[in-house]
Design a protein around this ligand. Structure first.
Ligand code: LLP
Length: 384
């Protein structure tokens, strides 16, 4: 990924910044196409993972739709050229204004997460003389084996309607004449590295689909959500996730009715590996137990290590000297502003360039202005 020519170019740019490899993004999308779209699956990119226009353009060209969780995300997707009928809208706390944005654009699906939300949406749609297409987000109570902050499908999580509320839902639905129940939706968590939770999800979906049918609600579509993980420890060997095994599992396990559509909402697995955060070493400080490599990027540019104890590989781009042990830390006034602890890296000095890898998803979008830092910039492989 980082050739000597590329490193020379990156070294000329004011750090810190995000660098996106659009060729890798295209190759990833080709794999999604080969193993997912070709099976007739409808795949929505979870725009929350990265909302840069250049990235969205490639995703649009590849034939994917969008999964949104805010009104602004709907507007961004439409502005980027996506058709509203390719847009699904989830979220536990949609405001009236955001629901109105969805109604105004006649989006494909409101993925409703509570009975109260259904009632509000029904009222808003009714006052506009509209009927809103809805999928019910169900909470299947499945352990996704991922970090607890990004686990979303357990009873204790705020997401979706729990199974015990189904009788109340079935009772209410006939009264809601301005919504049309089209599907059921799930999303059990993010950075799910083994397929086992997805296999359990298939069993649950099959079971719940029958319950809906028995209550007189045949489903036009099933939405599986996202969550497929990436390899943060070895992004060069596994630059493209194993979409073949992922989609084959659903192909094998999911009971799909004739004419029924199956949707996925993938974020991280599509854009995670194509982005790196590029930063320069400011100082090397010898500590009692380690050497601190203090770089000019911090939790303001990439919050994942501080928030989820996430480990992003750090590559030194400009040194091949014999290795030393470092804690790689940012400049922010918090001890959680640490990218890696006790790792072996080629000996580095002030001015060396490092790449914090696998940062294309939930990196730039979660950056902040804490400490009045500048908003981080982005550069793309096709413009360097
Ligand atoms: N669908 C829904 C309804 C979601 O809430 C999410 C992510 C996705 C799809 C996409 O999931 P993915 O394929 O990217 O795993 N900031 C965290 C991740 C939060 C994910 C939130 N929901 C992180 O940096 O790990």
């Amino acid at each position: 990924m980082f050739t000597p020519e590329l490193i020379k170019k990156l070294d000329q740019i004011q750090t810190p910044f995000y660098y996106y490899d659009l060729d890798l993004l295209d190759d990833t999308l080709a794999a999604v196409n080969q193993h997912g779209l070709s099976k007739g699956y409808h795949i929505h990119f979870a725009i929350k993972a990265n909302f840069n226009y250049k990235i969205l353009n490639r995703i649009l060209e590849a034939g994917l739709g969008i999964d949104c969780v805010s009104g602004r995300e709907i507007e961004r997707a439409i502005d980027a050229g996506f058709n509203p009928n390719q847009i699904a809208f989830a979220g536990v706390g949609k405001t009236d204004e955001e629901l109105e944005i969805g109604l105004q654009h006649k989006i494909y699906s409101f993925n409703c997460e509570s009975i109260e939300e259904l009632i509000v949406l029904n009222d808003l749609a009714s006052s506009n003389g509209q009927v809103a297409d809805v999928a019910i987000r169900l909470n299947p109570n499945i352990q996704a084996n991922t970090h607890k902050y990004i686990t979303t499908g357990l009873n204790e999580n705020k997401f979706g309607i729990t199974i015990d509320k189904l009788p109340a839902l079935f009772e209410l639905l006939p009264e809601l004449s301005s919504i049309k129940l089209k599907g059921i939706h799930f999303h059990i968590g993010s950075q799910i590295e083994d397929l086992n939770p997805f296999e359990q999800l298939c069993d649950k979906v099959n079971e719940l689909q029958t319950v809906f049918e028995e209550k007189g609600h045949p489903l036009e579509h099933i939405n599986i959500g996202g969550g497929f993980g990436i390899d943060y420890s070895d992004p060069d060997t596994h630059s493209i996730p194993d979409f073949k095994s992922f989609f084959e599992l659903f192909d094998k396990k999911l009971n799909v009715r004739k004419g029924q559509k199956v949707h996925f909402e993938l974020g991280r697995s599509i854009v995670g590996q194509c982005g790196s955060l590029i930063s320069k070493v400011l100082f090397i400080k010898e500590g009692y137990t380690t050497n601190f490599a203090i770089i000019d990027a911090g939790m303001t540019e990439l919050i994942r290590p501080a928030l989820y104890q996430a480990s992003h590989r750090v590559d030194v781009l400009t040194s091949k000297k014999s290795p030393k042990i470092y804690d790689v830390v940012g400049p922010i006034c918090e001890s959680s502003d640490t990218f890696q602890r006790g790792i072996s890296l080629p000996a580095i000095e002030r001015g060396d360039l490092v790449a914090i890898r696998s940062a294309g998803a939930y990196g730039e979008v979660m950056s902040s202005g804490f400490n009045l830092r500048d908003r981080v910039k982005a550069y793309y492989s096709d413009e360097l």
